[in-house]
Design a protein around this ligand. Structure first.
Ligand code: NAI
Length: 285
């Protein structure tokens, strides 16, 4: 299947950059958000990223201008009707995502693939909100999408082989490295492994074996990780970690899945990481 037009729904941390990645590779891209302010913020932030790339000689002014020329920033969802591939990157709430997919189902052409960028929700929880489950899958980009190369493509039991292949090939055309999960599992691969690592890091900190700085140094210098688990939580948002764990705890009822007290305390204090200026580390603006 030929993909010409891409729609990205949700212009936040992930959606804005996913849209830019697509536009830089020559796709016509529609970036949609319910909030005009999110679209304005996305445009400004992307302009900043692109200017830095121009200054570093990674992109030319013409390339950036052409990419922005291929993008439209809209609040009207009706504009998705031309899209061949839709990436949903809205708030991580199942009922909101299901409502959106049901609307996308009626608004887009029958052939369009509807993919979710959710970091935890498998597409089988969403696909039946549409009349075309075979065209629904996960494409999980990593933060920040402009930089991170890997994208997990996840085939649900409802996803057709053709959809999985088209999604996989599409991700390759973005210059990214897709990995296909042939069966769906919540958290996919990277976050499941990272989750175990983070839990252990928090356990060591909470029980006074070492400081967060020391644990981060060990992960960097002994395990060769580019960033330690605490610095990474600050980057993605400690509230994101808390939210994911709370959801899992709700689902399983297993005490082992309960968010750590330390994480809960940080969230209650509003120390969410870089976005609030303080998490495990402090950040000047
Ligand atoms: P965000 O909170 O930065 O942005 C979400 C955007 O969606 C907001 O601008 C909001 O106005 C908009 N929105 C909400 N409901 C909408 C609707 N019905 N229609 C259109 N726009 C709507 O969220 P973020 O961090 O970009 O996450 C988006 C998705 O990507 C989530 O599913 C999340 O799990 C996933 N994800 C997040 C990563 C991260 O590190 N932040 C990494 C990988 C995946």
């Amino acid at each position: 299947m030929q993909i010409n037009k891409v729609a990205v729904i949700g212009a936040g941390t992930m959606g804005a950059q996913i849209a830019m990645v697509c536009a830089l590779k020559g796709y016509d891209v529609l970036l949609n958000d319910i909030e005009e302010s999110s679209l304005a913020k996305a445009r400004e932030s992307l302009a900043g990223h692109m200017n830095r790339r121009i200054e570093k000689g990674k992109l030319t002014e013409q390339e950036v201008e052409a990419a922005f020329g291929r993008m439209s920033f809209v609040t009207d969802l009706n504009a998705v009707k031309e899209a061949d591939f839709v990436v949903e990157a809205i708030v991580e709430k199942l009922d909101v995502k299901r409502e959106l997919f049901s609307k996308l189902d009626t608004l887009t052409n029958d052939h369009a693939i509807l993919a979710t960028n959710s970091s935890t929700i498998v597409s089988s929880k969403i696909a039946d909100a549409t009349s075309r489950p075979a065209n629904v899958c996960n494409v999980h980009f990593f933060n920040p999408p402009l930089v991170m190369e890997l994208v997990e493509v996840v085939k649900g039991p409802h996803t057709s082989d053709e959809t999985a292949k088209t999604a996989f090939d599409f991700i390759q055309t973005l210059g990214k490295t897709p990995v296909l999960l042939k069966k769906e599992i919540s958290g996919f691969i990277a976050n499941r492994i990272l989750g175990k690592l983070t839990d252990e890091a928090v356990f060591l900190l909470e029980n006074g074996y070492a400081t967060h700085e020391e644990i981060d140094v060990v992960c960097k210098k002994a395990l060769n990780h580019p960033i330690g688990p605490f610095a990474l939580m600050d980057l993605t948002g400690i509230d994101v970690n808390y939210f994911v764990r709370s959801q899992r705890y709700q689902e399983t009822g297993d005490e082992a899945d309960k968010p750590a007290a330390l994480i809960q305390e940080k969230v209650e204090k509003g120390e969410l990481g870089r976005k609030t200026g303080k998490g495990f580390y402090e950040y000047s603006s």
